[in-house]
Design a protein around this ligand. Sequence first.
Ligand code: ZN
Length: 317
Amino acid sequence: MKRYPIFLNPVFKERIWGGTALRDKFHYEDIPSDLTGECWGISAHPHGQSVVKNGQYAGVALGDLWENHRELFGRQEGEAFPLLTKILDANTDLSVQVHPDNEYAKRYETDALGKTECWYIIDCKEGAKLIYGHTAATREEFKERIERGEWDQLLREVAIKPGDFFYVPSGTIHALGAGTLVLETQQSSDTTYRVFDYDRVDDQGNKRELHLQKAMDVTTIPHEAGHCEPKVTNIQEMTMTTFVENEFFSVQKWDVSGVSQLEQTKDFMLVSVIKGTGVISKNNESYPFTIGDHFILPCEFGEFSIDGDAELIVAYK
Ligand code: ZN
């Protein structure tokens, strides 16, 4: 059976913290409003599924492809497609939050998976920050500081710059800060426990719900930084940086600056183009790509060449 790069149409989500960067920087002309926060580029999650754009599977939702054509994914097991790739436009601060692990999600939530995630900072404004972890030594201290509203003392702020990478295991307190554009690779889950929302109210004067008890159940205390040490390899006209490789996912950045010969040896690869343009060629057929494209290189795609001037984030499991 023919294997080809399966391009997907993304799904957009409006968020109170969103903006217009997905249109201004990624040329998605069809974002729903000037408060668009998320592009779900590669998703089989029931809350928003990507649909195939090209070839024999055109029009098929990714969840159906996973269900009925498991051969494209190396016959990996599991009810749910394991990964979800998003681009996030944090125009203002996101709420401070934490996600459960697989076991907790399975027991208490409808999501089949917990949520370990990671961020590649595509762009951010000068002086941008994010929240990563907390300072409490014990569960009692964590609870007390929350009850007293001592957020400045409790939350760990980290200065960021474009090109930074953060591994955010389930149980890590986190929040993206204003003026940040991020590519997020995560387990396919939509379960979030909100800890603090800066006392913001919507246009009806309502605050968003917090989930303090569940957050206290799942937060890792004391905080443990998700370890990752990028590994850089040069392959012909490409630089490949591997940020993380573990049981949940592996994430790489491919900096393409000319022609390279590669081989797809994984069960499948999820590819998101975050800069530039290029082309993948195989058996006299070529598949051009440009910033904002998301596609899957399926199992047994095999040898191919890649050319162009582009930056890609590649994930696999
Ligand atoms: Zn999160």
